[in-house]
Design a protein around this ligand. Structure first.
Ligand code: NDP
Ligand code: MG
Length: 392
């Protein structure tokens, strides 16, 4: 029986890589729904090729255009957030790839969790914003959560198979979360001050969407991933160590009390974790080239520098503070990245803005999704105000 797959964020880099893996195993998978925000041409082309039952655009005007483009096909076009939730929770869906970028991915991922789907989670912002609520929904809904972020997928592969209440229960001493260090690993403070969006968008090892590429350059991506690892693996902040590993061949490691360190390695290609998630527990060929160790030749490791890259420290601090702090961090970061990409603030203003927003808002215990959505909105408004004041 083929499995039915909904791909949230189908037009993005993760969405396209997912479709690439699916097309290599057409007998095992059927595309149930493809979704996007507003890029009509891109989603129309994917619908004509993969013939999903539903296509959803968040934007209503874009959905109307897509509807005209898909007339005469068997694809029904829908729009809005409720439709994104519906195609994530639909009774006929087996697998949901959660690959929307940013906080916008939270509610559809939640819908998939409540409906007990197999969730391939690329959208790390879901766990950063609402880790406790999301993990609870996964458990209550009977969903299967498989991490797609390459580091977390690596950790998942080398962790004990059962989910641990405490790392010690599985003999795990700590998690070693690898980071490429981004394009400015060796840059001085003066050089960081002058970084342009074009330079920051040029990642040395990975091809990714613009938001995560900027996050990689500031090391906020690693900070978000520390919080993501905390929720996925029940790991306290002090048991997660970030290791800069510029070759991006080891995708993360787990250290055990007997001194063993288990690593998952491979070429930096997102089709590896995607194929793992789609095929689990079987292995699928996702079209990834074999790792040539002789070509790699050496593996380097460095400590991260939180003085030059304060975003990593801010994320660790937010995790330790807990409550709504990570949701505020995430929202402020989304506004900051957007402002940087639009040329409104400098590269080093990104951590300044986030720190200022975190310092100005009250941190509270998390009690509901509605509360987090309100906190997210307030943090965005505060961040936007900061940006406008700075521009004066
Ligand atoms: P992209 O920017 O390439 O794609 C984002 C996708 O989300 C697009 O389909 C876009 O639609 C859609 N989208 C954007 N905003 C909204 C919104 N408000 N509502 C609904 N849909 C929206 O991102 P990536 O594929 O690079 O990343 C996706 C997620 O996966 C992120 O959370 C990222 O952190 C995570 N991730 C990505 C990795 C990578 O290698 N790329 C690695 C690990 C994690 P449209 O095209 O219409 O704008
Ligand atoms: Mg990652």
């Amino acid at each position: 029986m083929p499995k039915y797959v909904t791909i949230l964020g189908a037009t993005g880099t993760i969405g396209l890589n997912t479709l690439d893996v699916i097309s290599r195993h057409a007998e095992q998978f059927r595309v149930f729904a493809l979704t996007a925000h507003s890029r009509v041409d891109e989603l129309a082309a994917l619908c004509l090729k993969f013939k999903p039952r539903f296509a959803v655009m968040l934007d209503e005007t874009a959905a109307e255009k897509l509807h005209l483009r898909l007339q005469g096909t068997d694809t029904t076009v829908l729009s809005g957030l409720a439709a994104l939730e519906d195609v994530s929770a639909h009774a006929e869906v087996d697998i949901v790839m959660a690959a929307i970028v940013g906080a916008a991915g939270l509610k559809p991922a939640m819908a998939a969790a409540h409906a007990g789907k197999r969730i391939l989670l690329a959208n790390k912002e879901t766990l950063v914003m609402a880790g406790s609520l999301f993990m609870h929904a996964v458990e209550q809904g009977g969903a299967t959560l498989l991490p797609i972020d390459s580091e977390h997928n690596a950790i998942f592969q080398v962790m004990p198979p059962q989910r641990l209440a405490h790392l010690e229960d599985g003999g795990v001493r700590r998690i070693l979360l690898t980071a490429s260090g981004g394009p400015f690993r060796k840059a001085s403070n003066a050089e960081l001050l002058a970084v342009t969006p074009a330079q920051a968008l040029n990642h040395p090892n990975w091809v990714m969407g613009p938001k995560i590429t900027i996050d990689s350059a500031t090391l906020m991506n690693k900070g978000l991933e520390v919080i993501e690892a905390h929720w996925l693996f029940n790991a306290p902040a002090e048991k997660i160590e970030v290791v800069v590993h510029p070759q991006s061949v080891i995708h993360s490691m787990v250290e055990y009390v007997d001194g063993s360190v288990l690593a998952q390695m491979g070429n930096p290609d997102m089709r590896t974790p995607i194929a793992y998630g789609l095929g689990y527990p079987q292995r699928l060929d996702g079209g990834v080239a074999a790792l040539d160790l002789f070509k790699v030749a050496r593996l380097d490791f460095e400590l991260p520098d939180t003085a030059r890259f304060p975003c990593l420290r801010l994320a660790f601090d937010a995790l330790k503070q807990g409550g709504t702090a990570p949701a505020i961090l995430n929202a402020a970061n989304e506004v900051a990245v957007d402002a940087f990409l639009n040329g409104n603030i400098g590269f080093l203003d990104i951590p300044r803005l986030i720190e200022s927003v975190l310092g100005s808002m009250k941190i509270e215990p998390v009690n509901s999704l509605e509360q987090l959505v309100a906190v997210d909105e307030l943090a965005r408004a505060t961040a936007t105000e900061w940006r406008q004041l700075e521009a004066c």
